[in-house]
Each structure stands twice: as C-alpha cells, then as structure tokens.
Design a protein around this ligand. Structure first.
Ligand code: SF4
Length: 771
C-alpha cells in the first residue's frame, strides 16, 4: 500500500480538481516574473476556455499565493520556512503548466526552495504525479522528508510511494538460495553482511536495502540477494505474494504521488520503446528535479550494452541450474566452459584499452580488431549452443526458461558486434518471456558509490531487449555509412574485471518525448539548466522545442558572502608547471581558511598529483586537518568526513562536482583547477563533435562551451548552501578571464565579489575565520 502522508484531512476544493481547465490567472504570475529573464513560449499558455475556467485559475493562484505568504500555512507550520518571492513565483508558473499540460523548464538558484515550489502546486492540483530525481539519496529525501512535511503543513493528505529499480529490494528467493548454497559466499565480509541481511529480512516492511546501514550499498553481497530481470521468476515464484518488488510497484500504482529516479524513468521509456509492458504508472504530470542530468542518463539508458560480466553470469547460472535440476540431460560443465573462455578472450582482446584515456576505445579505433572479432564469434557460438540446450529442457524448471531467454538476448546483443564478412553461428531459439516481468531492474546508477560491478550487472540487465527482437549485424567498416546507424556511437570500455560493449544514440531529442501521453504536464527543474539566460542547449538535447522557460535567482547575498578568485599570473592550464602552481597558490588559502576545503579537479590524474603535493605540504607544516582523496573511501564516507571532520580537505574529480551539500563552516573554500570541458577523447563527445562539424556547425559553441558553463556552475554551487554560508571560490584557469568566451562562463556564476589578488582573498578568509 502507498503511504498516507497526512495532516488533518482536508477536502480538495472545487478549484483543486485535476481538471486541466483549472489554471491560475495568467495575469497574476502565470509567467514567471522574477528579476531574471524569462522566456515564455506562448503556445503552451492558452487563455481560459470560459469564465468558469478563469475563475478556477484565479482561485488556484490565490491559494498558492496564500500558501507561500509570509504569514501563510507554510510559514506557520514548517520550521525554518521563510517566504521568498522567487519561490512563490516559481510555484505559480508550475501551477499554470500543470493546468495546461505543457512543459516548463525552470532554473531555480540555490536557496529558492524549488522542491516546495513544485510539490505544493502538484498536491493542490491533484491527479497522479511522478516526481523523478537524480539519485536514491535525493529520492529518499523527497519521500521521507520534503513530501511528508509539506503534506502536513498543507493539511492535505496524499498517498505517496517510493519506487526504485528492482536491484534496490531484497529478494526472498535469492536470499534463500544464497543461504542454502555453501559456495555462494566469496569472503568473510560477505558472511558478516549476510548475517545482517538475515535479520533485516525479518524486520523490513519495504525490503529497501538502503534501510540497512550496516551493509554498504556497493557491497558485493547485494548482487546475491536481490533480483534482476534475468533471474526473477515472476508469478512462478513461491514468494510472489510477499515480494518487495511487487509490493513497491503495487503501492506506486495506487499512490497519488510517486517518487522515482531518472534511471527508472528512462528504463521505463526504453522498455516502452521496445513495446514492452510499462514499468511506471501513467501520470497526469511528471516533475524532473535535477533535470540537468537527464541528457546524460537518457543517452545511457536509450542505448544498449553487453558485457563479459553477463557472459560469465549466464555461464555460471546455467552450470548451477543444470547440475541442480537436470544433471543427466547434458554435460553442463562442457556447455558453460566455452562461454567463460570467450569472455576471457574478449577481455584479453581489449586489454590494451585499459591504458587508453578513460579506459575507453571507439569501436573504429579498437587496438586489436582481429582478436576482438574472433572472441565475439566464439561467444556467439557458445551462447548459441548453450541457449539451444537450456531451451530444450525448459519444461523442467522455471529457471531454464529464464536462462534460455538470457542466452537468446545475449546472442542478439553480441551479434551487433560481429564482423559482417564472416559467417556467424546459428542463433538459439527465441523464447517468449513472462510479459508481466519484462521490466527494468534499474538500480540507481547515479549515486557516486554505485559504479561497481553490481550496478554494472543491473544496468546490463535493464538494457537487455526482448528475445526475438530483431537483431542486425552492424559491421565496423560500414557503421558510418548506414543511414540508420549514423546516429549511433559505439565504444568499448573496460572496468577492473570486465569489458563492456556500449552503443548510444548521438541525440536523444526524439526518443525522450516519444512516449509522452497527450496532455501530460512536464516540469524540468534544476539549479543549472541555462547558460546565462539561454536554455537552448538543454532544451535542444531533450527535444523540448515547445517548452516555456523561467529563471529564479537565488535569494542569497552573494556579493557579500562570497568571493571569486582567479589568480593573477598563474600559468596556462596546459603548461607542465600548472598543477604545482595551482597547489602553491592554494596553500595559503587553505592555511587562512584552516582547511575546510573542496578541491575539484578535471581529471583523476590531477586528483592524484594535487593530493600528493598537498600531502607533502601538510606533512611539512604539521597540519592535522584530514586530507582526503577521491577513491580512498566511499563517496558517502568522504562526504561525511568533510561535513563533520574537523576542517577536512577533500580532493575529487567528476562525481564531486555536484550533489554535495555541506553547509556551514565545514566547507568555505572551493578550488577548481581547470575549466570543466568534457574530454574530447570520450567516444560520445568525439562522435558529437564530428557530427556537428559534418553539418557545418561549431561544436565548441554548440555544446562544449555550454556544457562547461553548466558544469562550472554546478561546481561553484557547492560553496554557498544556506543563507548564512560564506566562502571563496577559486578558479585557477586564467581562460576564465582572458579568453573572450570566458565572460559567458563567469557571468553564469553567482555574483560574488571578484579578485585576482591572493592577498585580498587570504585577508577575506582570515577575517571571516576571526583570525
Ligand atoms: S518474484 Fe522475483 S523479486 Fe520477487 S521474490 Fe520472487 S524472484 Fe525475488
């Protein structure tokens, strides 16, 4: 059942109905009217159909204005609530878009209170609401904190539900199997974790693994006690009635407000694209928070992948199930072994990629294409043979049905990577899957700690298409010539233990809105969507041509609370002496600030170098503040230490540029080494650059610069999180002030006081620190 977030019950008034005609008066804040520029698109804002509709719209406006007023119910009932004009104006714009069924792209600066600005109008309007955000942490925050608080303050009870990918729920069946199999646990740590999970299984109501603090969410044990689309028995399962995934989905179907994440939303979209049963409930409106992440998540989820991890898992599961359920029917060891061997050969064929930038190689630039082709053909042969045998015994046990489906899917995916010039082995028989369980398995691949094999496995599982779906070989040489394939980019990436073959569309603009139901309202919001006042970079990527846009600036007093420092005379960022100069400039700032710093680098190599240089300084000067480096502990632990840890200094790269909320004196210095241009050696970036040039565009201004502007704004946004915060933002890249395009970048940053003189900055920090 969905949870009932309650206050004292309050009937929705006539004007609160989900009737699309229930629109606020466009004359009273329907168009955002903050001091920041707003670019409404007229065709999504239609006039009231009649007098009654106009009345209802005006009533909705009055209710929102009253709700957010200085002496309104939120001010009276929410601790710490302070009325802000930006918040009220955004809420009015959201209300109108919800009523119209249009699209609003809303940039709201830090401190605007955008969560309430979208939740309150959605609750007032009624109907079914999907709220999608970027990470599990943010999902939990909206579901457990923001929504219940708001519902109570509005005294408007609503059924709310939280829905995550299946990899986030404990699976009774796989827990039982893991407990019963003495070989299942690979380490002492897994034994300890399983002990915790056993107790958790008895007490949990939701099965959400995030509730079990004793076992980290990236622990290997989770892969053994959660399900994937590949290994879930669905209605055949003896635990079906008690299944946490089933219950979570049922609650989501019944709830009025469902909180999901982008990964799940996109997985659902991808499945709809394949004509597979829907995973998420139909909604009247969808609100995307942290919407700046959508283009990246969409590119990943609307693509496809296959990995050596999947090959090894299929081989292992076939062996185990075969020996347990049909031992006499085949030589299971001899069947599984060739697939394992092919996975190893594929890994060897791609070994040189480990030394390439980002451990990635474009398909066209594979270092050893002959070995790669041979490994793919061997894998096809092995998957085909295995698939045939498991399909033949599928009546013996439901697991064989799933294995046959997996083998067919694996074969289909691998076939896309086979050389066209050579004959391929016969395909295994297509097996119809249980349609009720053709779902995603979407874990949350967006939290920083989840980029591990477990997540990778789940991601693989999400990506698999239906058996029998049309498969087509796409030869490397012809890839660029085929009209259909010209819009895709393919690459190979390696992780510690596996190789992943990945394909992604160059543009997700068409696919993103393809399955949007008529009249469904969309709100897309974030603190970083525009380049200054221009949203076109964002809207173009997602194909939101008709969207109206609005910007609401942060209410913080940036000129007085913060300082932007671009050091005078620092070498250009491509000079070999740059990193040393960056650290030399930074050290007096760290000293004046007494630690409490976040250092954001653009590469992992820079993280290591900066950390090494700083370690020497810390040792030499006897500084006792913790000096932390990305990767030495989990992201969560590092952030916890930064938040609570005695003036800690943290050095990190990409995943630390956003989603970090460390208010107060624990973080008062953010230092950025270089402008965050995406690395051109990334296959997707490279393909997009080439595609832009091919059609006569300018890739630098079209997407490299806008992307850097948004990333820089994200990084800078780590500094001031609350009204009482203060601090220094150092950007050590002189291009920010010396290149003509730099203006576009720094003007997009909060309007801090500015200085190029280190002494000014040191004095500012000393004064603020009271020294
Ligand atoms: S139905 Fe699937 S997820 Fe649920 S308990 Fe059974 S195997 Fe696990």
């Amino acid at each position: 059942m969905p949870e009932r977030a309650s206050g004292a019950p309050l009937e929705r008034q006539a004007g609160d109905s989900a009737d699309p005609a229930d629109r606020p008066d466009p004359g009273v804040g329907a168009t955002p009217s903050s001091s920041a520029p707003v670019s409404p698109v007229a065709d999504t804002v239609s006039p009231p159909d009649d007098e009654e509709a106009g009345e209802r719209r005006a009533a909705a406006v009055r209710r929102i204005a009253a709700l957010f007023a200085t002496d309104g119910p939120l001010a009276q009932r929410l601790p710490g609530f302070r009325a802000r004009s930006q918040q009220t104006e955004m809420a009015l714009a959201v209300a109108e878009t919800l009523a119209d069924g249009g699209t609003l792209v809303a940039e709201a600066g830090t401190g605007t209170g955008k969560t309430y600005a979208y939740l309150a109008p959605a609750l007032l309007r009624g109907g079914k609401v999907l709220v999608s955000t970027a990470t599990k942490t943010l999902q939990d925050q909206i579901f457990s904190r923001d929504l219940p608080q708001l519902v109570a303050a509005m005294q408007m009870p609503a059924a709310i539900a939280l829905l995550k990918g299946r990899g986030n729920y404990l699976c009774h069946l796989h827990l039982e199997r893991t407990e019963a199999d003495p070989r299942a646990l690979a380490s002492r740590e897994e034994v300890v974790h399983l002990g915790h999970i056993r107790k958790f299984a008895k007490r949990t109501r939701t099965g959400d693994i995030a509730e079990l603090a004793e076992v980290p969410d990236n622990a290997s044990i989770w892969g053994k006690v959660t399900s994937t689309r590949d290994n879930c028995l669905g209605t055949e399962c003896g635990f079906y009635r008690d299944c946490h995934v089933v219950k979570a989905r049922k609650a989501a179907m019944e709830a009025e407000v469902v909180v999901v994440n982008h990964a799940l939303f996109l997985a659902d979209l991808a499945l709809r694209g394949e004509g597979i049963a829907e995973l998420l409930p139909r909604a009247d409106c969808v609100i995307f928070d942290e919407a700046h992440q959508l283009p990246t998540v969409a590119t990943r989820f609307l693509g496809e992948s296959v990995s050596t991890h999947q090959m090894l898992e299929l081989a292992r599961d076939s062996l185990n199930t075969g020996l347990a359920q049909a031992r006499e029917s085949a030589d299971w060891v001899a069947l599984a072994q060739p697939l394992e061997q092919a996975a190893r050969e594929l890994r060897l064929a791609c070994a040189a990629i480990e030394r390439m930038p980002g451990q990635k190689s474009a398909f066209e630039a594979l270092p050893d294409p002959e070995a790669f082709d041979a490994a793919i053909l061997a894998a096809l042969e092995a998957a085909g043979t295995l698939g045939k045998v498991v399909a033949a015994v599928r009546e013996r046990h439901p697991d064989f049905e799933l294995l046959a489906r997996r083998a067919a899917e694996l074969f289909g995916r691998l076939l896309r990577w086979a050389p066209e010039a050579q004959p391929v082995p016969p395909a295994p028989p297509a097996v119809e899957g249980p349609s009720a369980w053709d779902d995603d398995g979407a874990g949350d691949a967006l939290d920083g700690d989840s980029a591990d094999e477990r997540t990778a496995a789940h991601h693989d599982a999400e990506q698999l298409s239906l058996p029998g779906a049309p498969v087509r070989r796409k030869p490397r040489a012809a890839a660029a010539d085929s009209e259909d394939d010209a819009d895709w980019v393919r690459w190979i990436e390696t992780t510690t233990h596996h190789v992943r073959l990945q394909a992604a569309p160059l543009s997700v603009a068409k696919a993103f809105s393809r399955h949007r139901p008529e009249g469904q309202a969309w709100i897309l919001t974030s603190a970083t969507l525009a380049v200054r006042t221009d949203f076109s970079h964002f809207t173009r990527q997602l194909g939101l041509w008709e969207a109206r846009t609005g910007q609401w600036e942060s209410p913080f007093d940036y000129p007085n609370c913060g300082m932007l420092f671009v050091p005078q005379g620092i070498p250009a960022p491509d000079r070999p002496e740059f990193t040393q100069a960056f650290v030399d400039t930074l050290v007096p700032l760290i000293e004046a600030n007494q630690g409490s710093a976040l250092i954001l680098c653009t590469t992992l190599r820079a993280v290591d170098t900066v950390h090494r240089l700083l370690s020497a300084v810390f040792a030499e000067r006897g500084w006792k503040w913790p000096l932390l480096r990305q990767g030495e502990r989990t992201r969560r632990e590092l952030l916890e230490t930064l938040r609570t840890g005695n003036h800690a200094v943290l050095v990190g790269s990409a995943s630390f540029w956003e989603g970090i909320d460390v208010p107060g004196d624990a973080l008062t210095l953010v230092a950025i080494d270089k402008l965050p241009f995406a690395p051109p050696d990334d296959p997707v970036i490279d393909a997009r650059i080439k595609e832009s040039r091919k059609r006569g565009g300018n890739p630098f201004f079209e997407f490299q610069l806008p992307q850097a502007a948004i990333a820089l704004k994200q990084g800078a946004g780590r500094l001031i999180r609350r009204e009482s915060d203060w601090g220094v933002l150092m950007v050590a890249d002189r291009r920010l002030v010396e290149k003509p395009y730099g203006k576009l970048l720094w003007r997009g940053l909060p309007p801090f006081a500015r200085s190029r003189n280190r002494e000014d900055v040191v004095a500012f920090l000393r004064e603020r620190r009271g020294r």
